[in-house]
Design a binder for this molecule. Structure first.
Ligand SMILES: [Fe+2]
Length: 199
């Protein structure tokens, strides 16, 4: 489908001749209905009801997208922070990233354990994540602390919503997993936003 929407245009060259270039295809977002397709559920001896697993997988793929988004933002902060607090913040942001990467793995593997497909591509994340975008032009420590604490707070809220959803679906394992994630993100939010406090 994407190929049919590609357009061509003619670009002038230095030698006066023209060359045909092909515009990149527009990026398609992942339809939400895809995860609900029961035919994509792998058989498993896990005794959670099939309908429950379909719901849990859909909701966990939403949390997975947000967690991957959060991870990319931790690295963005780690790479680009500057200023007198550089070394402390550079290391702190990488420590946050390391734990968030672990949460990504926990959520993705829970999806697969329940017979689902972990949808962790950039395209899937782009179409799903509800987290705020990380501003690209930040440089000072204070700017990165403010931006990363914003996104940690937003993800913490999403994780808490996820715990409630898993409790409603009576999937104690997924609720426990998201509780671990939520507790960890709350800790890292404290570590990051403490830099804005006490002065
Ligand atoms: Fe690094």
């Amino acid at each position: 489908m994407a190929r049919s929407t590609r357009s061509t245009r003619t670009a002038p060259r230095k030698d006066g001749r023209s060359r045909t270039t092909v515009a990149p295809p527009p990026r398609a977002t992942v339809p939400e209905s895809r995860s609900r397709d029961i035919s994509r559920l792998y058989p498993t001896k896990n005794d959670l009801a099939e309908e429950t697993r379909v719901e849990v997988i859909t909701l966990l793929n939403q949390r997975l997208a947000e967690c991957i988004d959060l991870q990319t933002q931790c690295k963005q902060a780690h790479w680009n922070v500057k200023g007198p607090a550089f070394i402390g913040l550079h290391k702190l942001f990488d420590d946050v990233n390391e734990d968030v990467e672990r949460y990504v793995d926990l959520i993705a593997e829970r999806i697969v354990q329940l017979g689902g497909i972990a949808e962790g591509t950039v395209g899937a994340v782009e179409g799903r994540s509800t987290l705020p975008d990380y501003p690209l032009a930040l440089s000072s420590g204070a700017e990165h602390v403010a931006a990363l604490s914003d996104v940690l707070g937003a993800f913490g809220r999403a994780a808490r919503i996820g715990i409630e959803e898993m409790n409603e679906l009576k999937d104690a394992g997924s609720a426990d997993l998201l509780t671990e994630v939520s507790r960890g993100v709350d800790k890292w939010l404290w570590f990051v936003e403490a830099h804005q406090q006490g002065s």
